[in-house]
Structures are given as structure tokens and as C-alpha cells.
Ligand binder design. Structure first.
Ligand code: UDP
Length: 241
């Protein structure tokens, strides 16, 4: 595993993240996986708590093209690892190996649909439990008890950034041997409620444009993307001078 630094955030590069995670599980070690993109990097530069969680995570994968383009500009030949694809592959392995999965996040109908879709796709999949992501403190207590009792091997948390990262950090002790992944809006995609950008847009590093088209209200958050480019440019100027 090699570690790089992107504007102060760690990024880990490995030839097979899925194998690495499977080995961690077999060794009863568990892991917190963060899928880093430019937007999260910029948020973390303003939010010390989020930055701290990212630094403590066991695995930070290069989810966004901004991160990959930055590392390539430093001479590293690396590829993107979209969090949604990594999580899907881990779920597939989990289904084969009968690891129990807990789903937390998304709208009530969304999380139920994801479980159904996966049960249809992998008949042997073991869903340990699930809950949507709109809960109060009392329900949160029940969710924690459920996680602690069912002891899933894989816990997917889709509450949006930074809430999901902070939630995982706070509750990881409930199941320290599990793999916990912050999956953002992936439940919406897996349920079919939303679609991913067409491949040609992703290949041209324009997935953000498709997100903006699907969710125009994100425009304010997305201002962090030109800000990321600006910070990267400033950093490269200061290195040269
Ligand atoms: N969400 C949730 N509870 C909340 C707020 C959001 O479960 O209180 C879910 C929401 O339904 C969506 C996901 O969190 O599925 C956030 O998706 P988004 O694409 O905004 O994630 P991000 O870009 O922050 O990774």
C-alpha cells in the first residue's frame, strides 16, 4: 500500500482494494474506508473534525477525478477507484462469502429497494439489517443496538459527507472488526432512483457535470471544485518558486 498526500489529505494506492479489505476481515481487523474526492478534500480543509477522521481512516481511496488528475500531475500513474464500484465489488464478495451486511442511509423506500435488488441478484446475500438515514436520537440508539447485536462484517453508511464519516468514527467501536464504508448517495443509484453519469462523461472527468444536471441544487457545494483546482495550482506554483 502506497500513501500520497493531496492538499493535506492522505490517499492510499493498492492494486486490489477488495483483496486488501478481504484480508483485513479475515484477520478480524476491520477498516474504515473513505472515498475521497475534490469536494470532500475542500470540506475537510475547513472542517477539522472531518480532516481528522480522514487521517485516521484505514483506507482512503481516490474516488474523484480531481484527486487522480492531481496525483497524475505529480507523476504518479494511478487510476480512479469510484467508491460506488468498490462498494459493489465488496458486496459481491460478501454475498459469496456469506458476510453479513448492514445498510444505513438513504430514504426509507430507497434502502428497502436496495436490499431487494441485491437479494434478487445474489440469492445467498446475508442482509443483517437496514435502516434509512432520517432518524432521531431514540431510533439511532436502536440502530446502534441492532448493529452491535447482529455484528455484520460489512456496514455501508450513506448519510452524505461529512455526516457519514463522523457517524462511522463515532460508532465504529460497536463493531470494530467490520469494514465500514461511507457510500454517499450510492443507495440512490443502487435502488434505481438516480442514475450514474454515462461512461463517456466519466472518462472525460465530467461526472460532476452530470451530477449538477441531475441535482442542480448542488451548485453551491460544487463551487469547491474550482476552488480545489485553484489550491492545486497555487501549490504547484509555490513548489516551483
Ligand atoms: N441522507 C440520509 N440522511 C440525511 C441526509 C442525507 O440518509 O439526513 C442520504 C440521502 O438520502 C442520500 C445521501 O445521504 O442518499 C447523500 O447523498 P449525496 O449524493 O448528497 O452524498 P455526498 O455527495 O455527500 O457523498
Amino acid at each position: 500500500m502506497r500513501q500520497f498526500n493531496v492538499l493535506g489529505m492522505p490517499v492510499h494506492i493498492h492494486e486490489s482494494y477488495v483483496d486488501w479489505l478481504a484480508k483485513r476481515l479475515q484477520a478480524n481487523q476491520g477498516a474504515h474506508v473513505v472515498t475521497l474526492n475534490a469536494e470532500m478534500t475542500m470540506q475537510a480543509r475547513q472542517n477539522r473534525e472531518l480532516a481528522d477522521v480522514i487521517h485516521k481512516a484505514d483506507l482512503v481511496v481516490p474516488d474523484g477525478s480531481g484527486i487522480v488528475l492531481y496525483l497524475r500531475s505529480q507523476g504518479e500513474s494511478i487510476d480512479r477507484c469510484p467508491g460506488i464500484e468498490l462498494s459493489e465489488r465488496v458486496v459481491e464478495v460478501a454475498a459469496q462469502k456469506q458476510w453479513r451486511i448492514f445498510l444505513l442511509g438513504g430514504a426509507p423506500d430507497v434502502v428497502v429497494t436496495v436490499a431487494q435488488v441485491w437479494q434478487q441478484k445474489w440469492a445467498d446475500i446475508a442482509i443483517a439489517g437496514m435502516h434509512h438515514g432520517y432518524f432521531d436520537d431514540a431510533i439511532e440508539q436502536q440502530i446502534c443496538e441492532q448493529i452491535q447485536t447482529t455484528k455484520p462484517e460489512l456496514i455501508l453508511v450513506g448519510l452524505g459527507v461529512p455526516r457519514q464519516e463522523l457517524w462511522i468514527q463515532k460508532h465504529r467501536h460497536l463493531c470494530p472488526n467490520a469494514v465500514w464504508i461511507g457510500v454517499g448517495g450510492s443507495f440512490d443509484i443502487w435502488s434505481g432512483k438516480k442514475t450514474r453519469a454515462p461512461q463517456w462523461l466519466s472518462e472525460n472527468n465530467l461526472e460532476w457535470l452530470y451530477r449538477l444536471y441531475q441535482e442542480p441544487w448542488r451548485w453551491r457545494r460544487m463551487l469547491s471544485l474550482p476552488h480545489f483546482v485553484w489550491c492545486v495550482t497555487k501549490e504547484s506554483w509555490s513548489k516551483k518558486s
